[in-house]
Write a protein that binds this ligand. Structure first.
Ligand code: GLN
Length: 188
């Protein structure tokens, strides 16, 4: 792809501005998505963290749930966004996720994560993070915390239980943009 990838960020609630900043820093053009037609022509979509019940309700209200189900490009869901793509919500990734499984707000924490294929750890910011309860056979684990998967990929869908957009480390957003670039060249 010779142009910059065009990536949408679902901007109903939550940390969408931080994702937009991180995506721009990693080399993407960013579109804030609040209506179904704003998905047209996008190369990828980020579903941010926030409050999954609020995002779910607003998405249904604006018809974005069906529109996102029909979106064919790569999707990156972080935290609440990981809940939204699981089997019991949009069904984009073959995962079952438990909300608030690490406890209440006080249980939010940071931890160094080992990313597959990289020596330098990634600082993971966990805010009332969801926990992965079950993964399908096609799901690849890219990082774990205490033996539990926290960064995973199911084909074109990338999910993180933590908030990579709240650090200055753009490596995970860069990985997502690699997926986007690959998918765009396959479709071209
Ligand atoms: N616990 C939140 C939820 O269930 C997710 C938290 C987050 O996105 N930081 O929606």
């Amino acid at each position: 792809m010779n142009r910059r990838p065009r990536v949408g960020v679902l901007a109903l609630q939550g940390a969408f501005r931080e994702h937009a900043r991180a995506l721009r820093a990693a080399g993407a053009d960013v579109v804030e998505v609040r209506l179904p037609e704003q998905l047209d022509g996008l190369d990828g979509l980020v579903i941010p963290g926030g409050e999954s019940t609020t995002i779910t309700k607003l998405a249904a209200l604006y018809g974005l749930d069906d529109a996102i189900r029909g979106f064919e490009g790569p999707v990156f869901g972080t935290c609440a966004g990981m809940i939204l793509v699981d089997r019991s919500h949009l069904g984009l990734a073959d995962l079952e996720v438990d909300r608030n499984a690490y406890g209440r707000q006080v249980a939010s924490f940071e931890a160094d994560l080992e990313l597959n294929g990289e020596e330098r750890p990634f600082r993971g910011v966990f805010i009332r993070a969801p926990r992965v309860r079950d993964v399908g056979p096609g799901v690849e684990v890219l990082a774990e915390l205490d033996g539990e998967p926290v960064l995973l990929r199911d084909g074109r869908v990338l999910v993180a239980a933590f908030h990579p957009e709240l650090t200055d480390d753009s490596r995970i957003h860069e990985r997502f943009l690699e997926l986007v670039t690959e998918a765009t060249s396959v479709r071209a």
